[in-house]
Write a protein that binds this ligand. Sequence first.
Ligand SMILES: [Zn+2]
Length: 67
Amino acid sequence: MKICPRCEQGVILEKVLKFNKQHIFICDECDAIWFDMKNISPTTFIDFSTYMEGFSRTDQWSEFEEE
Ligand SMILES: [Zn+2]
């Protein structure tokens, strides 16, 4: 498991968004997201809420496909 480099507490999980099938890597604590596993760093994240606002959607974890 990879620990989030932003909050240093959460675990990064791979998820797929239902509405656009985008694979993202998200911290289960602070909701920082990345799009590339190889590019996960404290300076390359964006907030899940910010990303979703761009699509006029909310930052609910129900937006992810079921495992
Ligand atoms: Zn985090």
